[in-house]
Structure formats: C-alpha cells, structure tokens
Design a protein around this ligand. Structure first.
Ligand code: T5A
Length: 226
C-alpha cells in the first residue's frame, strides 16, 4: 500500500561496501543489547573481522557530549529538540566514523541503538509520529541504515526486573512511567513491521546463552551463507 511511511522508506538504503557490514542492536532498557554485543564482537573477531563497537548517542566526542546533556537532564527536553539532538549525533557518527570505517575491507560495525530508537522513543513514546521521524532521516547521511538490525524484544516486567536487579540510578528515560515504556514496545513493533527486511526480532527474555546462539545463527546466515 502507498502510505506516507512506505514512500519515505524507499529513500533508505544500507552503505555499499562489499565485505563490510553495519549491524545495529535495539530494544528497551535491559533488553540485553550491551551484553550480547560483547559476545558477538568476540565471535566475529575469531572469524578475523575487524570489529568496531559504537553506541548511540555517542561514538564521537560531539555525540558523547550530547549523550551527557540528554541522559543527565533534570528538566524535560521538548520532544522535537530531543529528536534533533539524536539526529545530530547520528549524522556526525555516520560521516566521521561509520562511512570511513566501512570503507576498510572485512569490517563489521556494531552499533548499540540507531534510527529505530528514535522511531520508538521520540516517534511513538514521545508522540512525534513515525512519519515525522522518517522525514527527518530522509536526507544524506541520515538516510543510511544498517544492513541488519537485531531487536531484542522483552516485555515491560522483564525490563523492570532487570533494572531492579542492577540497582543503578535511573536516567532521563528510565525514570519515566510504565505507560511510556509500554509505548516503546509498541514503537519497536511498529518499526519492525515497517522495516521487515532489515529488522530481525529476537526473543530477549531467553537466557543470555540462548539469545547468543540465536544471534550467532542469524549472523552466520548474513555473513557466511550468501
Ligand atoms: N535514545 C537513544 C532515544 O531516546 N533516542 C535515540 O535515538 C537513541 C539513540 C540510551 C538512551 O537514549 C535513548 C534510549 C535510552 O534510554 P543507554 O545507556 O544506551 O541509553 O541505555 P540502554 O541501551 O537501554 O542500556 P541498558 O544497559 O539498560 O540496556 P541493554 O544494553 O539492552 O542491557 P544490558 O546488556 O546492559 O543488560 C541489562 C541487565 O540485564 C542483564 C544484564 O546482566 C544486566 O544486568 N541481562 C540479562 N539477564 C537475564 N537474561 C538475559 N538474557 C539478560 N541479558 C542481559
């Protein structure tokens, strides 16, 4: 169907560097992204890839400053300002790191969060609308998306339980109420539906080892079986 989202989605593409891959991990707080990224990095290094792990917002000194400004903010930031801050950090990361590193052969960039976080957090949970977030990403370099995205899906109870166990102070987004986090899951489900070919949904509520095995098999298909 020719919806506004479909028209906008046609503008997105993955960077074209044969032999190098750009992978992102997504999910709500406590989904297990950072834990799995450590293991996948090790696995890919054993396979002789040059692996670079980045996080969003961050990965450049400019992006890290924006990260501090957003996540430590004690006052509400207007959602439009929030979305533009994340896009600014992303544009900088794409041009000054991602595109340069992917030009090197045999490189895998693993990014902890990317465009789908903005779709879920600002587009849906902060009510800006998915089509507005897609429009913001419709020009270069923001129209570049990963080759594959692993969405580690957990429910709200699992997220809250893992945060309780970790017992760390809550940041700008973690301190929001349960309805915000429920909308995040809706946002991620919507993004997965819009970008069916790119986003692979993995059950993040399984044990760390079970999630890792599933990811490894998806990565083997992407990198070694084509
Ligand atoms: N944001 C970001 C936006 O709003 N818009 C955007 O465009 C972008 C890019 C970033 C924040 O910014 C927002 C989203 C975020 O709120 P962050 O610090 O990067 O902040 O936050 P998170 O990515 O959410 O970090 P977390 O550490 O909370 O989540 P992870 O990385 O998914 O989870 P992880 O691996 O650290 O695990 C959490 C805990 O659970 C345990 C771990 O041991 C750990 O204690 N765990 C498991 N326990 C049982 N079974 C498993 N399978 C487990 N996997 C992990």
């Amino acid at each position: 169907m020719d919806t506004i989202e479909n028209t906008l989605i046609n503008q997105f593409r993955s960077p074209a560097f044969p032999g190098s891959f750009f992978i992102s991990f997504e999910g709500i707080e406590g989904a297990g992204k950072s834990s799995q990224i450590v293991k996948i990095k090790e696995y890919l290094e054993e396979k002789n890839f040059n692996v670079i792990v980045l996080r969003e917002p961050g990965g450049t000194s400019f992006g890290e400053k924006l990260r501090q400004a957003i996540l430590n903010s004690e006052k509400d930031i207007h959602p439009v300002a929030e979305a533009h801050l994340f896009c600014s950090a992303r544009a900088q990361l794409l041009t000054s790191v991602v595109l340069k590193e992917l030009a090197e052969p045999n490189t895998v960039i693993i990014c902890d969060r990317f465009i789908d976080s903005t779709l879920a957090y600002q587009g849906v949970a902060r009510d800006l609308g998915v089509d507005n977030i897609l429009k913001m990403h419709s020009i270069f370099p923001l129209n570049l998306v990963p080759h594959v995205t692993f969405y580690l899906r957990i429910d709200l109870e699992t997220s809250l339980e893992r945060q309780r166990m970790r017992n760390l102070p809550k940041d700008y987004f973690e301190s929001r109420d349960n309805s915000f986090h429920t909308k995040l899951i809706e946002g991620y489900d919507l993004a997965s539906d819009l970008f069916k070919d790119r986003i692979k949904t993995i059950d993040g509520s399984k044990t760390t080892d079970e999630v890792y095995l599933k990811l490894k098999s998806e990565i083997d298909q992407l990198l070694f079986e084509k």
